[in-house]
Design a protein around this ligand. Structure first.
Ligand code: ZN
Length: 184
């Protein structure tokens, strides 16, 4: 897996409040993310705190995938908020037994580099909904949704095949092939 490592030795020696802007432009394929995601771009600002480093940022990308119901291609823009706190691993915040235990922090492994990979990955996964839905923009939406919601006990038909089933029904009724729609 690719890593988002940032040199921060200078920031580490700086007084608290110092900010290091980090431009981000990553290919999600290298980060074990949905392959339908476009490049993730934006900026993460590293803020030197009192004994910790805060990472705050805004990234954006485009999720291009078929609608889960009708398979129409969709492109959904995604805004990804980045917010993480980094501490050296000796801190009680990492200790499950401690009152200060915090499951949402990330380790500062050394003073030269900060690893933003996991924070960035998790933040992207949180906003990337794998089931894109056109929400009714397609003409087949209602019928596909109806068969999708028909519930257990009825014939299990893949809702994406519902339009094929409709065509088959028409074909049986008319005795003629269903008219071909918009071939080109
Ligand atoms: Zn749809």
């Amino acid at each position: 897996m690719q890593e988002l490592l940032v040199s921060m030795s200078r920031l580490y020696r700086s007084p608290s409040g110092t900010v290091l802007p980090v431009p981000v432009d990553i290919d999600p394929a290298g980060f074990e993310l949905e392959e339908e995601l476009g490049r993730v771009v934006g900026e993460i600002r590293l803020v030197r705190g009192d004994g910790d480093v805060l990472a705050i940022g805004a990234l954006s990308t485009v999720h291009a995938a078929p609608c889960r119901l009708c398979l129409d291609p969709l492109e959904v823009p995604l805004e990804i908020a980045i917010e993480g706190r980094f501490l050296t691993p000796d801190k009680p915040e990492f200790n499950h037994e401690s009152d200060l235990y915090d499951p949402d922090i990330f380790p500062l492994i050394d003073r030269a580099e900060i690893d933003l990979t996991e924070l960035t990955r998790q933040s992207i996964i949180t906003v990337a909904n794998p089931d894109l839905d056109c929400g009714g923009a397609c003409d087949r939406y209602e019928s596909v949704l109806a068969s999708y919601n028909s519930g257990p006990g009825e014939d299990e038909v893949d809702p994406r095949l519902a339009s094929l089933q409709e065509m088959k029904a028409q074909l049986l009724q008319s005795g003629e092939p269903a008219p071909q729609k918009e071939d080109e």
